[in-house]
Design a protein. Structure first.
Length: 292
């Protein structure tokens, strides 16, 4: 990248191979994206740390590792386009039965039939933030009806509160969850709420796997009543032999919604701007409010 502020000494570690031996002078740490837990362990060797920049939108696994008083910034906005594209791909794949056609191509079978459609569907966006807004922008040209849901209602933006889910879910053909994992959202989509969905509804999750009760979801998909398209799971990844791998009516991708070519230029621009602000003593972008 280059172009760093002259007052900063910048070291590069991409999360692979041996980590730098001496991290005692590190004041600003940009976590390598989509690397293992070892990159979090490095935080304990940074006594002068002032700020941590995550390139992920969710920081639930990061926060417990960050010492008090250290500013945490997330990657809000970096993944909007990538995740929105993936959501659209998952929905179209499920509605138009693309996995079935791929399997039948492998078997050299030709068995055409009519499928579901995205047009005319009622889509509920659960966790309405910047990613869900990007999903909405891509869905609207497909002639869908969209309902927005967030933690709290925002009437001026036509956003419903989570407490309204029991009334909203019976009218949703597709639910797209972009929820982060918090104490409030863990297991939010449980057996009771999943049972409120109409028959043949599709549940799409690109937020965090723990926001859905896996056992309840397996029961609903196993009976054939609901379908699911998951980029995140609980557990993640599912261990060998786990029912998620072989469950009927479930399409799984391995937590890759945010990992497309459009992410990297955006991440580089954010890092450059954050380092400029840090060197100038200006407030950093995307600061996360940490629990007391």
């Amino acid at each position: 990248m280059g172009g760093w502020p002259g007052s900063l000494t910048v070291g590069i570690y991409d999360g692979t191979g041996p980590a730098p031996a001496d991290l005692s002078e590190v004041r600003f740490y940009v976590l390598p994206y989509a690397k293992g837990p070892g990159t979090l362990d490095l935080l304990s060797g940074m006594p002068k740390l002032e700020a941590v920049q995550s390139l992920s939108a969710g920081v639930d696994t990061l926060l417990p590792h960050v010492p008090p008083g250290v500013t945490v910034c997330n990657g809000r906005g970096l993944h909007d386009a990538s995740v929105a594209e993936h959501v659209l791909g998952l929905i179209l794949a499920a509605q138009r039965e693309l996995p079935r056609w791929v399997r039948e191509q492998d078997e050299e079978c030709w068995r055409p039939h009519f499928t579901r459609s995205l047009a005319g569907s009622r889509v509920l966006l659960l966790g309405y933030g910047s990613i869900a807004a990007a999903v909405e922008a891509r869905l609207l040209p497909f002639e869908v009806e969209v309902r927005r849901v967030a933690r709290r209602a925002r009437p001026a933006e036509s956003v419903h509160g989570v407490g309204e889910l029991p009334d909203l879910l019976p009218h949703a053909d597709i639910v797209v969850s972009t929820l982060p994992l918090t104490a409030e959202t863990t297991g939010l989509l449980d057996g009771r709420l999943l049972a409120a969905l109409p028959d043949d509804a599709l549940v799409v999750n690109v937020g965090r796997g723990g926001t859905i009760d896996t056992a309840a979801l397996l029961a609903e998909t196993g009976s054939g009543r609901l379908r699911a398209a998951l980029d995140v799971t609980d557990p993640e990844p599912p261990p060998p032999g786990h029912p998620l791998w072989s469950a009927p009516n479930i399409l799984i991708t391995p937590h890759v919604a945010g990992g497309s070519a459009t992410f990297y230029p955006r991440a580089e621009r954010l890092i450059a701007e954050q380092l400029r602000r840090f060197a100038a003593g200006e407030p950093l972008l995307n600061q996360v409010t940490r629990p007391a």
